[in-house]
Design a protein around this ligand. Structure first.
Ligand code: S3P
Length: 173
């Protein structure tokens, strides 16, 4: 099985993905890290030098590549991956995938992302916490259409990594 973690930036995909992989002895792949390794560049530099459209093309290319090579694995996607280029259909049509949406509240995402926004190309231009929250609210609204098509929705607020992993394992593995 390939367990695919989706959700907005800052929802904990990497942290929970690593924890899950260790608990069930699956491989762990983070699509952002995979892209950075293949392109020999950080995501931030890809956005800066080549633009978002180039990034989205590479994201689809490498998503297909990892789905075709992984066996038993946890795969964390970028926040935007399921929302572009038919990527969600590709994932859902794959015979071995299960998709989990890590759902985090707007307040919690704003709190987590405010100090890290400079590392995130889509958020770096937002100056105040108010602007960031407004941006996330609208962005999340657009993206929820895709996120809500997951096989399992797991709310992450007020839960630790351990609790979230156990909830996913007992529901899907
Ligand atoms: C993006 C999320 C990022 C990364 C890129 C674009 C998005 O991944 O793929 O900056 O569109 O939401 P994380 O969700 O892992 O931060």
């Amino acid at each position: 099985m390939i367990l695919v973690l989706i959700g907005y930036m800052g929802c904990g995909k990497s942290l929970i993905g690593n924890d899950l992989a260790a608990k069930v002895s699956y491989d762990y792949v983070d699509l952002d890290d995979y892209i950075e390794n293949q392109e020999h560049k950080s995501i931030k530099d890809i956005f800066k030098n080549n633009g978002e459209i180039y990034f989205r093309k590479k994201e689809t290319l490498y998503l297909n590549e990892v789905l075709n090579t992984l066996e038993n694995a946890i795969l964390s996607l970028g926040g935007g991956t399921p929302c572009f280029a038919g990527n969600l259909e590709i994932i859902k049509e794959h015979p071995k995938t299960k998709v989990v949406y890590l759902k985090t509240s707007l307040d919690e995402l704003t709190k987590r992302l405010f100090n890290e926004r400079n590392k995130r190309p889509l958020l770096a231009h937002l100056k105040t916490e108010f602007e960031l929250k407004d941006f996330i609210r609208k962005h999340l609204f657009e993206r929820s259409f895709y996120y809500n098509q997951a096989d399992l929705n797991v709310s992450t607020d007020e839960k630790n990594v351990e609790q979230i992993s156990e909830e996913i394992i007992s529901s899907l593995l």
